[in-house]
Design a binder for this molecule. Structure first.
Ligand code: SF4
Length: 187
């Protein structure tokens, strides 16, 4: 737990400390000004875990979705589920961010951007994506080797280690753990 974060920090944090699954959703949201339900849940709960407060989350999602569907439709159709994620609607459950296991076992359909890239991307797209994270060609082969053996979390762990130049002995089992471990190294 690193306390509150501000909307203005998100782009920099996504670049430095988000695992690939969340970077991908974040970039797609910025590009398309939209995410389907599965992506909104996966990214929205992760951002809550990172420390984005409800008011900031509403402002962040609204700024993007308004460009696509308009502010009015955002307020009508999308704001509820964000408040819901923060336990302010419905059963008032305080929903927790998804674990790697849950994300890896999800089944994204056409037009969805949620899921685990190590499990759900094509080999070509995955190579390009981890290359963009700054992983060198040797390490990319090590990552792809883990992916071929269906060790997706180990592939993510190797990516973490390559990006941070630092070991991650516990392994990655939660996107928010990836974020917290990254911040510990960078701060
Ligand atoms: Fe995200 Fe976990 Fe997959 Fe890494 S292993 S990309 S943190 S779901």
């Amino acid at each position: 737990e690193f306390g509150e974060i501000s909307i203005n920090d998100l782009d920099q944090l996504a670049e430095s400390s988000f695992p690939l699954c969340m970077r991908h959703l974040f970039v797609k949201l910025r590009e398309d000004h939209h995410l389907k339900h599965g992506g909104r849940m996966q990214l929205g709960l992760f951002l809550k875990g990172v420390g984005l407060k409800l008011e900031d989350a509403l402002a962040f999602w609204k700024a993007e979705f308004s460009q696509k569907v308009g502010a009015e439709r955002f307020d009508k159709e999308y704001a509820y589920s964000i408040r819901h994620n923060y336990g302010r609607e419905g059963k008032r459950t305080d929903y927790t961010p998804y674990s790697c296991q849950k994300i890896i076992s999800s089944t994204p359909g056409v037009g969805d951007h949620h899921g685990c890239p190590y499990r759900h991307f094509s080999e070509e797209n995955l190579r390009a994506a981890i290359g963009r994270m700054g992983v060198g060609s040797r390490a990319i082969e090590d990552v792809m080797d883990k992916v071929r053996n269906r060790h997706y979390q180990l592939a993510c762990t190797l990516t973490f280690e390559a990006v941070h130049g630092s070991s991650c002995d516990a392994g990655i089992n939660h996107p928010n753990q990836y974020f917290n471990d990254s911040q510990k190294i960078l701060q």
